[in-house]
Write a protein that binds this ligand. Sequence first.
Ligand code: NAP
Length: 282
Amino acid sequence: MEKRVFGNTGVSVPVIGQGTWQMEDDDAEGAVRTLRAGLDLGLTHLDTAELYGQGRVEEALVSRAIEGRRDEVFLVSKVMPSNATRKGTVTACERSLRRLRTDRLDCYLLHWPGSHPLADTVAAFEQLVKDGKIRSWGVSNFAVDELEEVLSLAGPGRIACNQVLYHLEERAIEHTVVPWCEAEGVAVVAYSPFGNGHFPAPSSAGGKVLASIAQAHGATPYQVALQFLVRRPSTFAIPKASDARHMRDNASAASLTLTPEDLRRIDAAFPRGDEPDSLPVI
Ligand code: NAP
């Protein structure tokens, strides 16, 4: 599994990880088995959140997936903006740690910008780092002006990542968010890399391009899409797969090499479009 340094953390993290949103709706035994099998294949970046299943995903699925193998995992969770006061962030983190049955997170994110002062959330994150409860912290769904605010509060080198919506049909972050993150050494983590299951249909023009590139490499269109998203040195992707065949497909995407011509064809089939006024979120 290809790894790269995760933002400013100095930690090498696999370019493809595993998401867990909406996993509470899937068969629990199967989902846990798939997550653990994913760890075996090197998909050790596990993304979760207190929001997912209102804590059930952390408690009933991710905690079991990491049981006995915590040191292999780069574990990420998120605090909800409504909890992100100075005290509330610390309490939310402690609740997540209890549910996950671990003593630390590798990265802790503010799930999206909210109404509590960012200075308080940042102060809480730094306190959690000092107390050894988190190894690093970052944000999610932050546009450049919001990233600038966090940078001015925290100073350079403190924001580990920005987790953002990024898939073939939603490339808005390429305009300014990705360049900003690359300049500041912030990892870009692509969430919903398959459009939350709305993948280009095989009969669509874009679907046909993906199929033809996939066929030339003995790969699948999903693998081609993932490899396109992680083509830059700052980017990671966290597809969610409860189906073990999907998970294996995603794990193998890391070893696919797209040619410059493949990249050009994908770029033409899924144009990034103009920069929208606000950052798209799911
Ligand atoms: P996604 O990864 O874009 O798509 C998941 C869907 O694709 C599932 O239906 C899955 O099916 C299917 N799938 C996965 N791999 C496949 C493959 N190789 N071939 C065919 N189908 C495949 O959806 P997502 O859950 O929205 O995003 C991924 C993760 O990003 C989330 O789980 C969450 O951890 C994170 N996220 C973060 C935010 C945020 O605000 N920070 C927002 C949304 C998501 P099966 O499950 O049946 O295998």
